[in-house]
Design a protein around this ligand. Sequence first.
Ligand code: PMP
Length: 393
Amino acid sequence: VAMSSITVPPPKCLQKTFVAPRRHMFGPGPSNVPPRILAAGAEPIIGHMHPEMLEIMSDIKSGIQYAFQTQNNMTIAVSGTGHTAMECAIFNAVEPGEGVLTAVNGIWGERAAEMAERIGARVNSIVTTAGGYFTSEEIDRALAKHKPVLFFLTHGESSTGVVHPLDGIGDICHKHNCLFLVDCVASMGGAPLHMDKQGIDILYSGSQKVLNAPPGTAPISFSERACQKVFNRKTKPVSFFLDMTWLANYWGCDGKPARIYHHTAPVSAFYSLRESLAILAEQGLENSWQRHKEVAEYFHEGLENMGLKLFVKDKNARLPTVTTIVAPPGYDWKEITSYIMKNHNLEISGGLGPSVGQVLRVGLMGGNSSKASVDMVLEALRDALRYCHKSKV
Ligand code: PMP
């Protein structure tokens, strides 16, 4: 036998067939992907520039325009997760030395600030307690003081369970000559949102929450006002991959007849994203908003009946997609989440960023937003509170 030239043998672990566990995905994301969307993603691969693919991208664009309620031509899906879209927004809209203001009422405003710092922006933040939100007056004052070119706000704060009011803030930003950037990763499809009517200049989301598509693609849209800034920069954005000049051409948004290869689109992920948007369009956006609201209210009532407390005191500020429950006193929250995973095959999670140790988080998004899911979570929580260790202190 000839001596082998390889020094690293084939790994034994790869000889085992992988089968993903069936699980109720009731954490803050990813959510369960229904068979129809999984099946779409299992279709054969075609070229990323084949005419059928360009048609799929055009369908995705229309689907995002519907989900965002915008007529913006500059509407695409970024190849990457929510963070990719966040960086796409900030990297394209801001040049080094320019001012950015972020609203921090959870982890996402902190992350946005860090991203802006990394590209050399002057960053200021307004900060409120986890579970709180900002008044228009507070935002107006901070914009007048710091004079940023971009203001970042999270619509659905998944780390704290707050849905932020949006009405009027776009006008305030524009009065201060500032672009209004909104994160709707955790809220799109689950809470009312009108990009155009609310004067939002840049809006991005993710595929793995209400849309019930696999993680890895992220809708984003730029208003005319945002495009004026993005396409008249003095410096190139630091990221080639996220440069909107390239992406606009790739998505056929720049009016040029020829599409130039930029990157290989995640073909299967686009199939799935298209299917998820098709389902949302079939169901109707307003029906989806209404269902998430009713299911969340049913859930909140069930929790309170069990003696649990909701973290967000103001009823109107409770995010319908991700519920934050005050971590039950005397229990170790990690024991509760592990018990439920082990015995109920169901994911719920602990806090994130400023809410770590303070809350349990339950996400009921898209197809998971149903009274049947609520009953399952309540039963699992009841069981966990009975069997998990309760300290005597
Ligand atoms: N923003 C919000 C509000 C989110 O909930 C998330 C995901 N938890 C993100 C941004 C980041 O998305 P991703 O994990 O897909 O990068």
